[in-house]
Design a protein around this ligand. Structure first.
Ligand SMILES: CSC[C@H]1O[C@@H](n2cnc3c(O)ncnc32)[C@H](O)[C@@H]1O
Ligand SMILES: [Zn+2]
Length: 441
């Protein structure tokens, strides 16, 4: 099966290549050809392929085709908890509101909550996400059905004596789902945060990650309070705590937030495999602070982008994160030249792909890579005139401008109609379940 996207503006996000007019041919799950319009003659073999009957043609006129966005830190079922509890400090919000609500969630709630989240992500141009939650079988099943790409992690909070059971669930997720759904699902280990994971539990997870040769996904240094707690408990910063336990030695690690880092903390991260997931909107809303993104990048640390769960991020629109990421750094430095538009788009595409250890498959448009891409409709007042495509995408576009979303060669949304999700049923289920969960607290 082939898809032929014709006459579109292509932004590959590959090695700072400028946008150009052309065609893209997808064959099954991969990009087969990227054809520049100014190419004088098209190879007769390509012509033969694209003139065939079973080719689905998409007219890309007045659209930009770019790599799908990669949300590197999410808690998908938290869509059910969006707007139920706002304007609280992180620890009050988590311990008094989120953890009790999550204790009410059934596996079916997780399945429908995750589909609701995926509907919002596909609509706003996200093709891949990293998730940390519980009842991960239900999320994996939803990913398999919906067609997105995902890196799944059983979140491990060690605040009761069920440590063994939780670790077994984490292993089951890895053994059952890693590489499944035509390779769209990968897995990681997910100790929740330094303050919820005592040293013995973290050492156990580190051993598992080494044994299975898989990455680790963890929250780090999100608030000043976390730094104070870790100082009181261990006389260490949260980053130093992970460093001393050996987390950064050989493993590929994804560190969500990483707002409160000292100069020495940044040195601990320099040279690490993996990197940091910046969550600027969640950090703004919870009043956490501004992560030292520019400084980390200067030290060669990979920095990708994520929303965090909809409970704190309020929307899953990665275009909002792109704007927040670049504008917060400009504000922090009092300098508009810091973190320019192209770099902020890289954070949401190839840099996030590197964090998920899937940059050989996605994150840029390149022949041979997986066909994960979005088409953005430029023919709208807020996206005209087109002086500079990259600026428009970073500073003026939003998720609702995405017209077509393609993952692994499969069209998941066309003309803003979701194809693999029964949107009305997902909204209905989401409402009933969200109401029951909050009534139960
Ligand atoms: C045990 S699964 C993951 C766990 O993380 C919680 N969570 C959601 N947002 C945040 C955040 O900003 N910092 C720390 N933890 C967060 C979520 O409620 C789940 O319980
Ligand atoms: Zn989180």
């Amino acid at each position: 099966m082939r898809v032929h996207i014709r006459n579109t503006t292509i932004l590959t996000m590959n090695k700072e290549e400028a946008p150009f007019l052309g065609d893209i041919v997808i064959h099954n799950d991969r990009i087969e050809h990227i054809i520049h319009k100014d190419q004088q003659t098209i190879d007769p073999i390509i012509l033969e392929q694209i003139n065939h009957d079973d080719v689905q043609v998409i007219d890309g006129t007045d659209m930009v085709t770019m790599p799908g966005l990669i949300n590197a830190h999410q808690h998908t079922p938290m869509n059910l908890l969006k707007g139920f509890s706002d304007d609280l400090k992180l620890m009050d919000w988590l311990e008094k509101k989120m953890f009790p609500a999550e204790a009410q969630m059934t596996p079916e709630d997780i399945y429908w909550g995750s589909q609701l989240s995926m509907a919002e992500m596909i609509r706003s141009g996200t093709t891949t996400f990293a998730d940390m939650y519980m009842h991960m079988n239900q999320i994996a099943q939803a990913v398999e059905e919906v067609g997105m790409r995902a890196s799944l992690t059983r979140g491990l909070v060690f605040h009761d004596d069920d440590q063994g059971a939780r670790i077994r669930e984490a292993i089951e997720l890895v053994e059952q789902w890693h590489g499944q759904a035509d390779g769209r699902i990968t897995t990681m280990f997910g100790p929740h945060a330094p303050y919820t994971c005592p040293p013995d539990s973290l050492l156990e997870v580190i051993e598992l990650a080494k044994q299975y040769q898989l990455p680790i996904h963890i929250h780090l240094a999100e608030t000043k309070e976390e730094v104070i707690t870790m100082r009181e408990r261990y006389e260490q910063t949260p980053t130093q705590y992970l460093y001393e336990l050996g987390l950064f030695e050989q493993l590929h690690v994804m560190l969500a937030h990483s707002v409160h880092l000292t100069k020495r903390d940044i040195q601990y991260l320099t040279g690490m495999r993996g990197g940091v997931i910046h969550n600027p909107v969640s950090n703004l809303k919870l009043g956490c602070g501004i992560a030292p993104v520019t400084e980390m990048m200067k030290q060669g640390i990979t920095v990708g982008l994520g929303t965090d769960g909809a409970g704190s991020a309020t929307t899953l629109d990665m275009f909002q994160e792109i704007k927040a990421a670049t504008w917060l750094q400009k504000l922090d430095y009092g300098d508009p030249t810091v973190l320019p538009a192209y770099q902020s788009l890289q954070m949401a595409t190839i840099e996030s792909a590197k964090l998920l250890a899937i940059d050989h498959e996605t994150g840029t448009l390149e022949v041979g890579k997986k066909a994960d891409m979005i088409l953005i409709d430029l023919l709208q007042p807020h996206l005209q005139p087109v002086h500079h495509i990259v600026s428009l995408l970073a500073y003026s576009a939003n998720g609702a401008d995405v017209d077509i979303t393609i993952v692994n060669g499969q069209i998941l949304m066309r003309q803003r109609q979701l194809i693999t999700i029964d949107e009305q049923e997902v909204i209905r289920q989401g409402n009933i379940r969200a109401q029951r969960i909050v009534n139960g607290i």
